[in-house]
Each structure stands twice: as C-alpha cells, then as structure tokens.
Design a binder for this molecule. Structure first.
Ligand code: DHB
Ligand code: FE
Length: 454
C-alpha cells in the first residue's frame, strides 16, 4: 500500500500535509513573524536583510521576493501563513487567492460575483474544467525553473510520484526494545561513573544489549518516550506527537545540554507514519522542531554506548504521561498496531525497531516518593511478553497504586509491544534479553529485547 493521498488528484490544489509542512517550515515561520509590527517595518525597510535572518532556501526567498503565492506554496507555504505576507503588502484574501488563478483581479472578482468557480470538471485532474490548466507562474519563477532546468521543477512532483509508486518491498519492524530512561543514568555516563559500585550492576545489564545492537542495527528507530516538560510547557501538551524533522538537538534540561550527538531523524518515514496513523483515526501532533530530553537520549546511550555519531536514524514519538488525562494502555496498544501498519506500508526496504521507554516502578513526588514494587514490575514484564492484550486493559489507577505515580510511563511500552508481529497474527517474538535492577536513582530499571521471528 502506498500513501493514501487522494488529494494529489485534485486539479489546481496543494494540500498542506506533513511533507509540505516540513518543506515549508521556515517559510511559514518567517510569514508568522510578520504578525509583529516591528518585524513588518524592518521587512519593508530592507527585504533582503530581513530575509537573511531566516534559514529558508534560496528558492523560498526568491518566491517571497517575487510575491508569487503559487511558487511559495510549491516550496511548502500554506495560505494561512502566507497571508501574513499578503497582509503586510495590504492585500485582501480575495486578491491573494485571485493572484494564483492566472486571472486579473477584476476577472476573479467578477467570477466570484457570478457565483464562483463551478466544481464541474474541476474535481479530478484531467477533466475539462477551468482549473485544469498549468499553474500560473510569475516571470521570476519561470526564470528560476529555466535556470535550474529539470531539477527544481521536478522536485515538487517527486514526492507525489514516490508516494504513488507501488511498493515492491516495504519497511519492516525487526524488533522492539524496552528500557527505563532515568536521567541519573545519563549523568553517570557523562561524569564517568559507570564503573562505580552503585552503577556497575545496572550497566552490566546492558552489555548484552550493546553487542546485540551491533548485530541487529536497524536503519531507523521509532522511539516512544515522553517529553518531561522540555518542549511542551503548560501552554500546549499534545497526547501523541511525532518528530518529523531532519535533526533533533539534545535539550538543556537545566544542567546544560548532555554531551551526546544530535539525533538524525527520518523526515520521509515520519511524515508517512503521521499520514497513515492519522488516517487510522489516531490524532498525532506533527512536530517539526523538537529538542530531545533524557527520555530519548538515555536509552540511546544504554543501547549504543557513547559513539561520536548515533549509527542510525531516530523518529522521536512523544506520549503525554505528565498531565492527566493520559492515554490508556488499551489506546497505546491499539496505536502500536496502527504504527506497525504504517511502517509496513512504507515503500522502502528499511529495517525498523520500535522502542518503548520509561518506567518501571517509580514515584518522584510526595511522601510516597521512592516506591518500588519489584514483584509487580516483573509480573508486568511477564505479561508484556506473553499476553500484552490482557495487560493493556489494566487501568491507570493500578499503575499508580502498584508502581508509583511515575510508573504510568509504562503505558508507553504497550505502544512498542502493539507493533510486534504476533499481535497481528504472526509468530510470537523471541525474548532475546531480559533484565531487571533496583535502583537507579528513584526507579526500578527494566529492560527487554523482543525479536520478531521471520
Ligand atoms: C527519574 C526517573 C525518570 O523516568 C524520570 O523521567 C526522571 C527521574 C529518577 O528516578 O530519578
Ligand atoms: Fe521519565
């Protein structure tokens, strides 16, 4: 199955999806900056100087200078963002929309007065309607294309062709990995304390994992974790958010950024997963800019050690487990199944691992802080391996009572488990590794590696 994008077949129309959003990120951010009077004044005074402040592509800047909205849209612009630029120029929405049709302002207004453009012949590409012609282009855009010859003009089409092509061999999920993500583990690594008696037994439990990782290196890790009040403050907390950027910087959580490599993303696969999972009725928030905190970087260290570069791409996937209501185990388990369908419908033969992080039992607050329930944690591991569906029915309150208030992070493990082949009728996974240790800081460390059997 290729991406379900029926809107690619609508004439004269560009739908602003995750791919377009990623492409147009800085162009649209630049447009939004024009909502401030000071910025509008600086832009009007010296366009080139103002544009130089924005990391947009040269083509996007040229499209802005030419005030060619079709061109801006082809480079990822969205009309609601671009309208800030139009407003800065004193244009109405009718003038902006009309400018993209190839009509004069008067012709467009007259058409609207006559009742507007008729959908007849304008529903599908190739029909005989009046919106089927080539997109109107400024002389500047034509000149740009002529200069770039085949390259740039083709790039707009490229994504469409790729997504329309029939998948010959798709991506597949090879394994799932589960691990706590205690920040003190990161601090122990960063400060050279891993051999100390307190830490050595904990790191020992990941020695096998690092060797296993070398032999089972995926192309991409889909890494489920929670943002710990790092990117999402109390103004906005999405329940589920997917990172679609090309790179993610380690966050400064108050101690300074950790000395770990930047994380390379996989924008194309991430956008594909967003598209597919949202079409399976899960509401994901698409995040084009994100700094990754200990929830992501600590498991990376545990599985890879401390390389100069991370050896594969990572798609960060955030789950809100901080502010109630948080998603149920059942919803997380179903989401994992949707993610598996999304990944396996991707048209490149990528090996993908899915990781669930957080947990195990811990409570970081109040007079009950320090709660550890090793028996419950081990039972959780048993159930996660053998009967995740039954486990997914467990209500939040049981996590809180039994595993501490922050033990709720364990619902994220059900996303990774839901993506395994057996849940969709395939063979049971192989338990490649299992480890449990108390304590790391306030937390019980749990760790599992499950391999999908061919
Ligand atoms: C601790 C554990 C966590 O999972 C976390 O996010 C923060 C702190 C801890 O045990 O100290
Ligand atoms: Fe945490």
């Amino acid at each position: 199955m290729s991406l379900n994008k029926p809107y690619l077949d609508v004439p004269g129309t560009t739908i602003f999806d995750a791919d377009q959003s990623r492409k147009g990120y800085w162009l649209n951010q630049f447009c939004m900056s024009l909502m401030k009077a000071d910025n509008r004044a600086r832009f009007k005074q010296d366009e080139d100087a103002y544009l130089a402040e924005w990391p947009m592509t040269d083509e996007q800047k040229a499209a802005v200078r030419a005030r060619d909205l079709n061109w801006m849209m082809a480079t990822g612009g969205n009309i609601y963002f671009l309208s800030k630029l139009g407003a800065t120029d004193g244009l109405s929405f009718q003038q902006m929309a009309g400018s993209m049709t190839g009509m004069t302002e008067q012709q467009y207004r007259d058409m609207m007065v006559r009742g507007g453009r008729h959908p007849e012949g304008n529903r599908y590409k190739g029909e005989g309607g009046d919106a089927q012609g080539p997109m109107s282009q400024s002389e500047a855009w034509k000149a740009w294309q002529a200069k770039a010859q085949n390259g740039l003009a083709a790039s707009v089409q490229q994504a469409q062709t790729a997504t329309n092509s029939i998948a010959t061999m798709g991506a597949r999920i090879t394994a799932s990995v589960y691990s706590s993500h205690v920040p003190a583990i990161g601090a122990a690594i960063d400060h050279g304390k891993t051999a100390e008696p307190y830490w050595a037994p904990m790191f020992q439990g990941f020695e096998f994992s690092k060797r296993w990782m070398k032999e089972h290196l995926p192309d991409v890790i889909f890494l489920v974790y929670n943002d710990h009040a790092t990117n999402f403050d109390l103004s906005v907390i999405p329940t589920f958010a997917i990172g679609t950027a090309a790179e993610f910087e380690p966050a400064d959580e108050g101690y300074g950024p950790r000395p770990v490599p930047r994380v390379k993303g996989h924008p194309r696969l991430a956008s594909h997963i967003a598209q597919s999972v949202i079409q399976q009725d899960f509401d994901l928030t698409i995040v084009n800019q994100l700094k990754v905190d200990h929830g992501l970087t600590v498991p990376m260290n545990l599985m890879f050690g401390t390389p100069a570069e991370w050896p594969c791409a990572v798609i960060p996937f955030h789950v809100n487990v901080v502010q109630y209501p948080v998603p149920s185990g059942a919803r997380c388990f179903a989401l994992g199944q949707a993610i598996r369908r999304a990944i396996e419908s991707y048209d490149e033969p990528l090996k993908v691992q899915i990781w669930g992080t957080g947990g195990m039992s811990h409570q970081l607050q109040g007079p009950r802080a320090g709660l550890i329930n090793a028996e419950w944690d081990n039972r959780f591991l048993d159930r996660l391996i053998a009967d995740p569906k039954e486990l997914s029915a467990m209500p939040h309150i049981d996590y809180v009572r039994e595993a501490g208030s922050e033990g709720i992070e364990l619902v994220m493990w059900l996303i990774a488990r839901g993506a395994m082949a057996d849940v969709a009728g395939g063979p049971a996974p192989k338990v490649a590794h299992r480890f449990f240790h108390v304590p790391a800081s306030n937390t019980a460390v749990g760790h599992l590696i499950l391999e999908n059997q061919a």
